[in-house]
Design a protein around this ligand. Structure first.
Ligand code: BV8
Ligand code: ZN
Length: 234
């Protein structure tokens, strides 16, 4: 696909881009976590009811992400960013850090980050790679002693910095979506906004997403196969 010198690329990624790094997707592995539906764990209600259970889930996700390596798809996006500079914007639904470890800089984690935590009262995210498996020893804030939670956007919570996402999309000429089932909003709604604005829309993944009808072009294949050869920039 040809990119002109004025094209601006907005990329949205989902769990599928990390699948070939060995990280479970939400749909691919059933409930993602030993029979528990993610929607039942990644919620404020689950946190209120059983914070130790939720910290157990995110400690397991931290371990898995630390043991994983970025794959050719993450690396391809970092290369495209190097060529396009500020004409590139990466919005990811993923909470792992594989895009950063592949060299991406212009990135926004709309659903938060595995390796950040925050005090439920002070609300200031901070880097945190610790594991919290001991229900008797859950982390509390050194400033105000309130509980520390994962800096993750749970179901029913508002994704981070939606204004910037919409602003970046408005300025783009192409929306490329990679490896997401298109089942969760507002992320899955970005393609509809793109259509209203006359922005070209492309999807990459091994199966059609739920919102397939909204894409101008669907490239069926894995991210590591399709991404590295997708664009030839001038
Ligand atoms: C919001 C962090 C209002 C957690 C995530 C009833 C009650 C409450 C809410 C709702 C409700 N009904 C609807 C809602 C809204 C809800 C929603 O959409 N629910 C769904 C279930 C119906 N959304 C929300 O609650 C959101 N907040 O609406 O606030 C608002 C909105 C706008 C403005 C103001 C206010 C918040 C949702 C965020 C939840 N947190 N992640 C964590 O990680 O633990 S969501 C999580 O699931 C992901 O981040 C992602 O967004 C979503 C889906 O996952 P995918 O990434 O798509 O992965 P999936 O497994 O589904 O698919 C994998 C894909 O990869 C497949 O297509 C597969 O084919 C492909 N693939 C596989 N292998 C490869 C591949 N692709 C390429 N290469 C490969 N090798
Ligand atoms: Zn605090």
């Amino acid at each position: 696909m040809h990119l002109t010198s004025t094209d601006r690329l907005f990329v949205l990624t989902g769990a599928g881009i990390s699948a070939e790094s060995g990280l479970a997707t939400f749909r691919g592995s059933g409930g993602l976590w030993s029979g528990h539906r993610v929607e039942d764990v990644a919620t404020p209600e689950a946190w209120q009811a059983n914070p130790a259970f939720v910290w157990n889930f995110y400690s397991m996700r931290r371990r898995n992400a630390l043991a994983a390596e970025p794959n050719a798809a993450h690396i391809a996006l970092a290369h495209i960013e190097q060529q396009l500079g500020d004409r590139f914007y990466l919005c990811t639904q993923n909470v792992d850090d594989l895009h950063e470890r592949a060299g991406s800089h212009r990135i926004h984690h709309m659903h938060g980050s595995l390796f950040q935590s925050r005090c439920v009262r002070c609300n200031q995210p901070f880097p945190d790679q610790s594991f919290y498996d001991d229900a008797e020893n859950l982390p509390t804030c050194s400033q105000c002693s309130a509980p520390i939670r994962p800096h993750i956007v749970w179901f029913g919570e508002i994704p981070l910095d939606m204004d910037t996402i919409y602003d970046q999309l408005d300025r783009s000429t192409i929306l490329l979506v990679v490896g997401t089932s298109g089942s969760v909003y507002p992320a899955a709604g970005l393609v509809h906004i793109a259509n209203q604005r006359g922005i070209r829309t492309i999807y990459i993944g091994p199966e059609e997403p739920t919102n397939a009808e909204a894409f101008e072009q669907i490239i069926l294949g894995s991210a590591t196969q399709a991404l590295p050869t997708l664009f030839e920039t001038q």
